[in-house]
Design a protein around this ligand. Structure first.
Ligand code: IPM
Ligand code: MG
Length: 356
């Protein structure tokens, strides 16, 4: 399997390095060869070649079986124009590879229950296990945008929210298919009381839902969903939502678990290659200090094994190894509690690899 690797900015290179250590351990144990090819994207690409997403990067990603990404962005590039910011690289690669379905599981590790800011009684018996399916290539992010001077002074700026039937349908199918392997519930989140694009969204999701009579479909407005997520998160199984609402709700769902440093994501299109990245950002404040938690990226690699390579046993081996290392009391600083053994990025990676 050929994996294009984008270490990116901030803590990206450190967490990616440990993920490669873990993937190599998987390779040894299960007799696979993973080939890694490192490419530039984000701030480091801007510094090296002047653009956030070089053509060569895209070409190598297209010719790989999957893409592993650390994180991009940082204060150094914050004052660049919109199309020359590190984030433009991320948006560009999503669009270019047609990665329309972003899958973000927010699962509470039982070992980390006390890390959540919610009271323990708010969780279900078995903790919390929500999966957000966020549409990734439409909506406000990719609609017409612009800015103009007004004759009376001042300016006007706009970002248009657009969805087509086809875009809604394909991401809805991903959500319903995933729900079949889980608790068979899909909550579709929109703002259909105000937005026309949301009214189309709701119509199409309802129609697709008819093909899945075994799945319980509900619709919810986004403001209510934001509230329900903190009031009673256990009511949710799969959350299906638009690009903009999904950006916000997936951060909220992630934080319910209390450990952003643990959460993986997958961005999938039709066929190969998928892109796998941690939900957290580049954390420039702790970059280069061996403090970052590599688990989110390592869990993203587990998703890669499962979704892109069909290696279910291998994925499970990674996830179980992470559970074992936590069970043994090892923690990076972001999730450390009293009585735990605090370790750095490298040691955490080594422990997880060893437990495989
Ligand atoms: C995310 C991030 C990105 C997004 C940014 C960095 C462009 O917040 O992946 O959620 O808004 O999609
Ligand atoms: Mg976000």
């Amino acid at each position: 399997m050929k994996i294009a690797v984008i270490p990116g900015d901030g803590i990206g290179p450190e967490v990616v390095e440990q993920t490669i250590v873990v993937l190599n351990a998987v390779g040894r144990k299960f007799n696979h060869r993973f080939y890694f090819e490192e490419v530039l994207m984000g701030g480091t690409a801007i510094d090296a070649v002047g653009v956030p997403l070089p053509d060569e990067t895209l070409e190598i990603c297209r010719n790989s079986d999957a893409v592993l990404l650390g994180a991009v962005g940082g204060p150094k590039w914050d004052n660049m124009p919109g199309d020359l910011r590190p984030e433009a690289g991320l948006l560009g690669i999503r669009k270019a590879l047609g990665l329309f379905a972003n899958i973000r599981p927010a699962k509470l590790f039982p070992q980390l229950k006390s890390a959540s800011t919610l009271k323990e009684e708010v969780f279900a018996e078995d903790g919390l296990d929500i999966l957000v399916v966020r549409e990734l290539t439409g909506d406000l992010y990719f609609g017409d945008k612009g800015r103009e001077e007004l004759p009376q002074g001042g300016q006007r700026a706009w970002d248009v929210a657009v969805y087509t039937t086809h875009e809604v349908e394909r991401v809805a199918r991903v959500a319903f298919d995933i729900a079949r392997g889980r608790r068979r519930k899909v909550a579709s989140i929109d703002k259909a009381n105000v937005l026309e694009s949301s009214r189309l969204w709701r119509e199409v999701v309802s129609r697709v839902g008819k093909d899945y009579p075994d799945i319980e479909l509900s619709h919810m407005y986004v403001d209510n969903a934001a509230m329900q997520l903190v009031r009673n998160p256990a009511q949710f199984d799969v959350i299906l939502t638009t690009n903009m609402f999904g950006d916000i709700l997936s951060d909220e769902a992630a934080m319910l678990t209390g450990s952003l440093g643990m959460l993986p994501s997958a961005s999938l299109g039709q066929g190969r290659p998928g892109l796998y990245e941690p939900v957290h950002g580049s954390a420039p404040d702790i970059a280069g200090q061996d403090k970052a938690n590599p688990i989110a990226t390592i869990m993203s690699a587990a998703m890669m094994l499962r979704y892109s390579f069909g290696m279910d046993d291998e994925a499970l081996a990674v996830e179980e190894s992470v559970g074992r290392v936590l069970q043994q009391g090892y923690r990076t600083p972001d999730i450390a509690g009293t009585g735990m053994v605090v370790v750095g990025t490298r040691e955490m990676g080594r422990l997880i690899a060893e437990n495989i």
